[in-house]
Design a protein around this ligand. Structure first.
Ligand code: NAD
Ligand code: ZN
Length: 344
């Protein structure tokens, strides 16, 4: 697969872990996390420098960024080096931001090992770190020169993180691809093996199509990817980014936003129930006690950086596999939909 950007194009290849390691160009410095290093470190190419950061979102900070850069310097990295991000979305975003800025920018290869990283963060060129005042507040657009997806790495991904990534997979189906959705519904649970390779490839194509139309997130096209995210981000904010994984919050959000679409007469009746059944089958949550506090959630949505001047905008389904951006939804409608989504 090839993804076009303003400055050129890059290739996305579905492979296995060994092939991904063989594909790393000369001069690669691997950046990974400690979990991935423990599982796969013995398969990293011999003699290549490796920087391993602690696993988890807590590594996406400016402090950690600085330590990685300093470590790369100690290891002899220079302007001709290539940063190879081998890990989940945290490693991809952090190492990608290092690549965007180290010596004013060096080449980047993404080797995404979590499902989230495969279908979402490794494609699209967004890289960055968090600040104490919010997630992803510092960053850059720095497309990789190559993405190699080691699909067999999913075999070691913990079940909860697999389900977490499935939330984004379902999202692509709901907003853009009915055929993918029906295929996913034909599996009992999370697809595996060949099926998963096909599903991941399809999601990457869908994301690439949207991103190519709106690389720098300006035209609004990219905003359709936010289905489930307006409510999801508010849930993450109010729960303090701990108990709910992003995909779990988005799963609850997709159910609630489908209800909102139904309420506004945009989404076919009954689709929200179908979505909840789909998501529950792969082990994702679809309800949360905070849905009973709709006013607090709406207040959090208004504070979201994506809500321009406090106007609530949603990517809402117009069918199974189609969506449209809707701005200026009334807070009363949102609150009613949230209450309906928790079954009240
Ligand atoms: N840049 C973007 O466009 C974009 C898009 C979506 C998400 N993100 C970012 O991605 C991050 C979330 O990514 P994530 O969910 O991959 O989190 P993560 O990187 O923390 O990975 C989740 C967990 O799985 C472990 N892991 C990864 N691969 C594994 C494997 N093959 N086997 C066993 N364990 C493995 C990790 O060590 C970690 O504990 C967030 O910071 C989010 O902001 C960025
Ligand atoms: Zn998301």
């Amino acid at each position: 697969m090839e993804i076009r950007t303003r400055t050129g194009a890059y290739e996305v290849r579905i492979a296995d872990f060994s092939q991904a390691m063989e594909a790393l160009p000369p001069g690669s410095h691997l950046v990974t996390d400690e979990n991935v290093a423990a599982l796969y470190g013995h398969r990293f190419p011999k003699g290549r420098p490796v920087v391993a950061v602690p696993a988890g979102e807590a590594s996406k900070t400016l402090e950690r960024y600085q330590r990685v850069v300093e470590r790369l310097l100690e290891l002899g990295a220079d302007r001709g080096s290539v940063i190879a991000a081998v890990g989940g979305g945290v490693v991809g975003d952090l190492a990608g931001f290092v690549a965007a800025t180290f010596m004013r920018g060096v080449r980047l290869v993404q080797v995404p090992t979590s499902l989230v990283a495969m279908v979402d963060s490794s494609v699209g060129g967004k890289v960055g770190v968090d600040l104490p005042s919010g997630k992803n507040l510092v960053g850059a657009f720095h497309p990789p020169e190559l993405v190699v997806v080691p699909i067999d790495a999913l075999e070691t991904l913990p079940r909860r993180h697999l389900a977490n990534g499935m939330a984004e997979v379902w999202k692509y189906a709901y907003i853009l691809d009915r055929e993918l959705g029906e295929r996913l519904e034909s599996f009992d649970t999370v697809p595996s093996g060949e099926q998963m390779a096909e599903v991941v490839a399809r999601c990457i194509c869908l994301k690439a199509e949207v991103v190519e139309e709106d690389e720098h997130d300006r035209s609004g096209r990219r905003a359709i990817l936010n289905f489930g995210h307006t409510v999801g981000h508010a849930l993450e904010l109010l729960t303090g980014y701990g108990p709910l994984l992003h995909g779990e919050a988005v799963a609850i959000g997709m159910g609630a936003e489908a209800k909102l679409g139904e309420r506004l007469g945009l989404t076919p009746r009954g689709l929200s129930e179908r979505i909840r059944a789909d998501l529950e089958r792969v082990g994702l949550p679809t309800s949360h006690e905070l849905l009973r506090r709709p006013a607090a959630l709406v207040a959090a949505m208004r504070r979201d950086k994506k809500a321009e001047a406090g106007v609530l905008a949603f990517s809402l389904l117009t069918d199974f596999g189609a969506c449209r951006l809707v701005a200026g939804v009334s807070e009363a409608d949102v609150e009613c939909a949230l209450m309906e989504a928790c079954g009240a």
